[in-house]
Design a protein around this ligand. Structure first.
Ligand SMILES: *[C@@H]1O[C@H](CO)[C@@H](O)[C@H](O)[C@H]1NC(C)=O
Ligand SMILES: *[C@@H]1O[C@H](CO)[C@@H](O)[C@H](O)[C@H]1NC(C)=O
Length: 257
């Protein structure tokens, strides 16, 4: 398995602007375990439920003004003395404003790049050369979920946070309507993974999401998500899963074309 991944990395080598192509950079880590869960995406403590605490702050080209929140990456470090071949998987929960490294990882994720028994050695290095590429997020037992944020206020204001966004896409638009109605109202990205509207339909609510997929967007309908008595702080199951892979505008990663 380790061998297979290494050769895959080599095959894809040489970076382009494509997310799923291989990129060369550096990664550092946060010493404080809580640093990333209070990150710009707004996941709070729920971040720890993503990728088993393997979290990452990504530079702005990965954070994408919040559209990159929840995106998953395979990342491995390149020091053959301390690093394992297959590295680890991380989820973006924060923005990294320091462009000296593409990623700042949670301590747990950073150590997970080390080979057996080398955890302390990799910490000592502090910053390491890495290669990474975007991969689909997989939530085996979890649908896309909608959490009602504390700032929400009935009847007019609703802010929601999206959790467990699978696949390898970006959510580019969200509309909300009363269940059974076709009077859709658009929501806006407030920050990170949080979207809001100050024109909240009454009653139980359905959502439709536009995700990047194929060459155009794709609609995903979640037909009955919030009950009429939706409550702040509650996570509601959308009943749908996103498993799509967006087709990227670049055709080759290997630079040999
Ligand atoms: C690789 O790791 C070893 C062991 O920690 C260290 O001595 C060496 O300087 C590292 N090499 C690089 C290029 O960072
Ligand atoms: C990185 O950040 C520094 C300081 O903020 C800035 O001067 C430099 O232009 C940036 N480099 C890139 C490639 O964005």
């Amino acid at each position: 398995m380790a061998l297979f991944l290494c050769s895959l990395f080599i095959f894809l080598s040489s970076a382009t602007a494509c997310d799923s192509c291989l990129h060369q950079s550096k990664a550092a880590y946060f010493n404080k375990p809580s640093a990333l869960s209070s990150g710009a995406c707004g996941y709070g403590s729920l971040a720890l439920g993503l990728s088993g605490g393997h979290l990452a702050a990504g530079v702005s080209s990965l954070y994408k003004d919040g559209a990159g929140c929840g995106a998953c990456f395979q990342i491995r470090c390149k020091n053959s003395t301390v690093c394992s071949c297959d590295g680890t998987r991380v989820t973006i929960t924060d923005v990294n404003h320091n462009n000296a490294t593409d990623f700042v990882l949670s301590r747990r994720a950073f150590m997970a790049m080390a080979s057996h028994g080398m955890g302390q050695h990799i910490l000592k290095l502090g910053t390491v050369d890495v290669e990474y590429r975007r991969i689909p997020c997989e939530y085996k037992n979890q649908n896309l979920a909608v959490r009602v944020e504390e700032s929400s206020e009935k009847p007019n204001y609703l802010a929601i946070k999206l959790l467990y966004q699978g696949g390898q896409t970006e959510i580019v638009a969200i509309d909300v309507a009363q269940v059974g109605s076709s009077s859709w109202r658009f929501m806006e990205r407030k920050y990170g993974a949080v979207w809001d509207t100050s024109r909240v339909p009454s009653g139980a609510l359905q959502f439709r999401f536009v995700i990047t997929s194929g060459f155009d967007g794709k609609w995903i309908w979640a037909k009955n998500v919030l009950p009429a008595d939706w409550k702040i702080g509650v996570v509601y199951d959308s009943g749908v899963r996103i498993t799509d892979l967006a087709i990227e505008g670049c055709s080759h990663c290997d630079g040999n074309d």
